[in-house]
Design a protein. Sequence first.
Length: 304
Amino acid sequence: MSFSSETKAELCRIPVSRTCCAVAEAYGILLFAHTFSHTKICMVTSSEPLARRIPPLFTRAFSVPVHVPDASAGGRFTIKITEPSQIARIFSALGYDVKYHVSYHLNRNVIDEECCRAAFLRGVFLAAGAVAGPEKKTHLELSTSHHTLCREVMSLMLDMDLSPKLAARKTASLLYWKDSAGAEDFLTLIGAPLAAMQMMQAKVEKQLRNTVNRQVNCETANVIKASNAAAEQIATIRAALEKGGWEVFPDALHETIRLRLEDSTASLAELAARLDPPISKPGLSHRLRRIVTIAKRVTEEQNT
């Protein structure tokens, strides 16, 4: 089951209680349904939980009985209302005059209460929403072929402190979020906190993985840098010893040279601790720079 399907199943578990919210949710479904006209209402969905939710929802909202046929071979449910008296009852409840045949405009009077607005958006998502899984890049969208309706719903969302983006895709208009915070807020508002929590948890885990990866990469780069520096130091010192022997270095530096040559993988801190007496890491770094300077001078002098 896709994450969109799981989210819709979560939403469909919300009890159908208050009549006003039932009307609002059904309104959202109808506006974004396949067909919503004065002669025919047709709702098509591949979500079985939504198909099973529509009959009690429409009974509570409009006192209109709805029959849900078996799913087609493609797993889609097609729910139709064609009885003129039932359509007239639905239009009347939503503030439309069935004689004027205008249905794809948002009547805000139907969703005046805050709870009803959330229920309306839940219906919109159930009918025309999709959301990418938490493991993918954030993308939540609502799609309709009615551009004016899309802008009216966007205006409603902006009034509710939601900030979707608006886009056109061929014959469809989209409201969408690509930021996880916006998508999480929307899902929480419409009644899908579990889905929102999964997205939030995935975001935290991704950020943690990125932080760990950055730290590992940084530490690896430091190790490589230190290893290369040690190899260069050792090669330069050995070249000087081959040319002039230990006598080219002051006696006070012999112990440091010996320790560096004996362990090419040791860090500066480890080498500094092995000296007798131990010295600081900056102190050892200074000694090694002095040793390398002497070694390079000796090598250059021998080569000329």
